[in-house]
Design a protein around this ligand. Structure first.
Ligand SMILES: Nc1nc(=O)c2c([nH]1)NC[C@@H]1CN(c3ccc(C(=O)N[C@@H](CCC(=O)O)C(=O)O)cc3)C=[N+]21
Length: 286
């Protein structure tokens, strides 16, 4: 299952939406990315963001700050971005240097510009099943699963990894679809139960950041396997599933690269358009 298949359709819709807003309001969305220091996994993400934004008519700007930037300076910059009416979305690349408190900085982002869905308000609305901006990778994973046409009700889903940006939001989205959701942690692995949870999964989602963690022979025959691992090794990106073996068992499986990652960028563009629409609605109400 390739990210392109779902992603192209989303990008087409985004391009159309961008065009409509341009005609109606004379305005184009602007997505701002902020990176502190330099990290190899972000480099791939940044270049696909720039390319994809250009394709759909979203303006794209990057601010690259030195790894020595203070938390206060970063918070001040975000405060300015929050107030700037020309900037519609902000993505703050992770990881941040150790002297910066990631949560405090993420939480300072204005909810309506939080295109990654990392603020407590957006995450809280997701928790409650209310509309808001939802983390891009989580949306990609659910879209890939749905593209198979599977009925999620009562399905055995195993998620490996419980990050705030992937594992947790995916669990919430699939719970809303009435799936049976199991979330595995590092301690599941340490206690020797990981294999069992993989074996029972009709849908397996792996976002652990450990290449080769999931052995192909563990996978249930006919399963849907979504590999959201993105470990950068030299010039390559590696997933978490042993792909060659897993292909023999799964009915559907996403490759790395070419799977979830590509779609994540498409949803980032979609969220940026949604963010601009939200801001325009607000202005009309004022
Ligand atoms: N705040 C924050 N949010 C993130 O989502 C985030 C982050 N920080 N820091 C860095 C990692 C890395 N990441 C990628 C997303 C897409 C691709 C991607 O587009 N991959 C393509 C292309 C790969 C290639 O060209 O080799 C693919 O998988 O097919 C890669 C990496 C998001 N991250």
């Amino acid at each position: 299952m390739y990210g392109r298949m779902v992603g192209d359709k989303i990008l087409e819709e985004v391009a159309k939406g961008v065009q409509e807003i341009k005609e109606k309001y004379g305005k184009s969305p602007l997505l701002m990315t902020l990176e502190v220091g330099d990290n190899p996994a972000s480099r791939v993400y940044l270049s696909s963001q720039r390319k994809t934004a250009e394709e759909v008519g979203i303006n794209y700007e990057t601010i690259q700050l030195s790894a020595a930037t203070s938390q206060e300076r970063l918070l001040n910059m975000i405060r300015d971005i929050n107030k700037d009416p020309y900037i519609n979305g902000l993505i703050l690349h992770l990881p941040l240097p150790k002297h910066i408190n990631t949560k405090i900085v993420q939480w300072s982002i204005e909810q309506k510009k939080d295109v990654e869905g990392v603020t407590p308000m957006n995450l809280g609305q997701l928790f409650l099943g209310m509309p808001g901006l939802i983390p891009c990778t989580a949306q990609s994973i659910v879209a890939l699963i749905k593209s198979t046409g599977v009925d999620l009700k009562g399905r055995e889903v195993t998620i490996i990894g419980n990050s705030d940006i992937v594992g947790k939001p995916v669990a919430l989205l699939l719970m809303q679809e009435e799936a049976t959701v199991t979330v595995c942690q590092l301690t599941t692995y340490e206690r020797g139960f990981l294999k069992e949870h993989v074996q029972r999964a009709e849908i397996l989602i792996v976002a652990a950041g450990h290449p080769g963690l999931v052995k192909g022979e563990w996978i249930k025959d006919g399963a849907i396997v979504i590999d959201a691992g993105i470990t950068a090794v030299e010039d390559k990106i590696l997933g978490d599933v042993q792909f060659e073996e897993a292909v023999k068992k799964a009915d559907y499986i996403t490759p790395v690269p070419g799977g979830v990652g590509i779609l994540t960028v498409a949803y980032l563009m979609k969220n940026t358009l949604e963010a601009l629409k939200w801001q325009l609605r607000d202005n009309e109400e004022d």
